[in-house]
Design a protein. Structure first.
Length: 252
């Protein structure tokens, strides 16, 4: 008898759940025509979306077609995201703009990222971009989310980028780490040998600090410069470990 009651209860529960899911689907689908009209109107208002189509099923919009820039693909979702009764967006838009060879695109992005956030946190950010078949993967670390978003925006708006994988990290918020950053910045860029690098507004010796671990990135002119930068970083009070990842420029 108990087994029967358990089985009966399970059957009733599944039936109720199924009925509830069906009711939700039916409720969502009744707005499909209205959502379709609104979304189509929103997309038609922007010239960059003239090759984008939208279909709606159970309140979920599927975007297809093509745009010229990866940022425009992202913008299409943002444009319609607040549509009333919208349940979700499936973005299948292809980026069919300018085709740029991977090596050339990577070089363009490296240059943009090198000068990003000049005058702000540039010395404390190190973000790199690798490219494969137009898909860009970002790596590295920034001091703040604003810094990471800035780097991401540069990539999203670059012609030739087909898709983006964002693996760049944001360092944990820490006044202790900030103190290490400032100490390292002064120790390195005020050194008599390394002071010439302070003239470059892009700050070629990048200082990344994460939970007391200090790492140096970038490119210097000589092996001696790399060695001295590592020594100065090793003398910074509060740093638990120091990793010198500086590269020495190849002589042409």
């Amino acid at each position: 008898m108990k087994a029967f009651l358990r089985s009966f209860g399970w059957f009733v529960g599944v039936s109720v759940l199924s009925a509830s899911m069906l009711a939700q689907t039916t409720s969502a689908s009744r707005y499909d025509a209205t959502i379709q009209a609104k979304v189509s109107q929103q997309l038609a208002a922007k010239s960059e979306f003239h090759n984008v189509q939208a279909t709606v099923e159970d309140g979920i919009v599927t975007l297809s077609g093509n745009v010229d820039l990866y940022q425009q693909k992202l913008d299409a979702t943002k444009k319609i995201r607040k549509t009333q009764n919208l349940q979700g967006v499936r973005n299948l838009i292809a980026v069919n703009g300018k085709n740029v060879p991977d090596a050339e695109l990577a070089a363009q992005l490296d240059r943009k990222l090198y000068y990003d956030r000049m005058g702000y946190d540039i010395a404390f950010n190190f973000v790199t971009a690798s490219v494969e078949n137009g898909v860009v993967t970002l790596n590295g670390e920034t001091r703040t989310e604003v810094d990471r978003d800035s780097a991401l925006a540069l990539v999203d708006t670059t012609p030739g980028v087909k898709d983006v994988v964002n693996d760049a990290r944001v360092a944990p918020v820490s006044f202790f780490d900030d103190d290490i950053r400032i100490r390292a910045l002064r120790a390195i860029y005020r050194d008599p040998v390394l002071s010439r690098y302070a003239i470059d507004p892009a700050k070629p010796i990048r200082i990344v600090v994460d939970n007391g671990k200090l790492s140096l990135y970038g490119t210097v002119a000589t092996s001696m410069d790399k060695q001295i930068a590592g020594i100065r970083a090793g003398q910074v009070f509060g740093a638990f470990t120091v990793q010198n990842n500086l590269e020495v420029a190849k002589k042409s």
